[in-house]
Ligand binder design. Structure first.
Ligand SMILES: Cc1cc2nc3c(=O)[nH]c(=O)nc-3n(C[C@H](O)[C@H](O)[C@H](O)COP(=O)(O)OP(=O)(O)OC[C@H]3O[C@@H](n4cnc5c(N)ncnc54)[C@H](O)[C@@H]3O)c2cc1C
Length: 218
């Protein structure tokens, strides 16, 4: 599959030219992130929570405390899962325009709609845990103790299959009105970046190779 289908849930009203439905763009945005904002409705009240995630092929794995509102709702949902929207956003630049209203941001963003499913199988729970940990820092899952039975009972694992998913990308920088171009204000693009490190080791230890590679990749 090269492209995700354009679904009603993934069709915007505005700026359709910024939408991307190709699998490569969606995967790249998801793989570059580690934090998803998950939106859902409980008892008529909208909720939004940030969660770590990991991508495994066409699924995202997430987890939350078994006593959380989200976990209770997901476990009570049927085969279709509990309806959610997950957003992963990278802000690349501030766009500082000569006019107040044309200030903007360049960004890469993915939204995935669907039913969040409870992972009940113990082998898949352990797999989900590894996917999430390795998504945060590749190689880390082999360098920590795996969850025990008590921890797996305290933490609910979820899976969101990527079918109603799309990306939106703004990458054109300034978009000025012709009449504003001679105004005296500074205008341009202010790039933003996430910085990794320096590490703060718990003990006097050299960082393992996978961690040094992760630092170098920033
Ligand atoms: C960092 C950042 C800052 C933004 N700031 C503003 C702002 O200040 N004002 C503003 O109007 N808009 C802003 N946007 C854009 C905003 O997120 C929406 O894309 C925009 O409001 C489109 O609304 P719509 O009615 O066309 O889409 P909707 O009808 O609301 O969305 C329909 C569907 O289109 C897809 N979609 C829409 N937006 C996105 C997205 N951003 N990423 C991935 N899929 C998407 C989703 O599948 C969504 O369910 C910002 C986006 C980002 C990432």
């Amino acid at each position: 599959m090269a492209e995700y289908p354009v679904a009603a849930a993934t069709s915007p009203n505005r700026h359709r030219d910024r939408m991307r439905y190709d699998v490569a763009t969606v995967h790249a945005i998801l793989d570059a992130g580690f934090l998803a904002h998950l939106s859902f409705v409980i008892d008529g009240r909208p909720q939004l929570i940030p969660l770590a995630y990991g991508r495994d092929g066409e699924s995202l794995y997430l987890h939350a405390s078994s006593g959380s509102q989200l976990a209770l709702a997901v476990r009570a949902s049927g085969a279709e899962g509990f309806p959610v929207v997950a957003a992963v956003t990278h802000v690349d630049s501030m766009v500082l325009s000569r006019s107040a209203m044309h200030h903007s941001m360049d960004y890469h963003c993915v939204m995935a709609h669907g039913g969040l499913k409870h992972v009940a199988d113990r082998a898949e729970q352990l797999h989900a845990s590894r996917v999430i940990i390795d998504h945060l820092v590749p190689g880390r899952a082999d360098d920590c103790r795996e969850p025990n039975a008590k921890e797996l009972a305290q933490t609910s694992m979820f899976r969101l299959d990527l079918d109603q998913v799309a990306a939106k990308v703004r990458d054109h920088g300034l978009a000025e009105d012709e009449n504003d171009l001679d105004l005296p204000y500074w205008a341009g693009v202010a790039p933003l970046a996430t910085v990794r490190g320096p590490l703060r080791p718990d003990r006097d230890q050299e960082p393992p190779a996978y961690l040094a590679a992760w630092l170098d990749a920033s």
